[in-house]
Design a protein around this ligand. Sequence first.
Ligand code: T46
Length: 144
Amino acid sequence: MLFRKEKPNMQYGIITIKSVGSNSGSLSFVEGLKDIPFEIKRIYYITQVKAGIRRGSHAHKTLQQLLFCPYGKIRIDLNDGKEKHAILLDRPNRGLLLNPGLWREMLWLEDNSVLCVAASDYYDEDDYIRDYQAFLKYIKEQGK
Ligand code: T46
């Protein structure tokens, strides 16, 4: 597993998702524990979003996720409480691995762009930090 980080201290990585192309299109695939460092327990995807819409504004305490955009263009704004960085998901083979402890916002840059997510665990609202001040406090406590 080879992850590229543009900000070495931030808890995220970029992967190139394996793809097989032919005259009849392109097929991309990800295998848990082989291509990404966790077993996939949940898949979800977000559709029918207009350009200019923002979602997210939360962090996770333990969840690891792989985000990818098989169609369209979405910007992911990351913030670890110290640094901010934006990642563009604009092609089907670009994957963004997110470790816990990152505040994220997703900005749709094109109508109907699709955000797909493979997650390391089942849905659990208790794993979310949805208040920014609570996030900053949490990060500070984790750093102790
Ligand atoms: C994340 C970003 C990238 C469920 O019931 N099950 C699920 O598996 C998920 C993901 C959500 N939900 C419910 C919880 C909310 O009532 O769906 C509703 C919308 O979720 P939320 O506002 O958290 O959606 P986003 O787009 O802001 O965030 C989502 C994920 O929730 C989050 O984990 O990292 O995408």
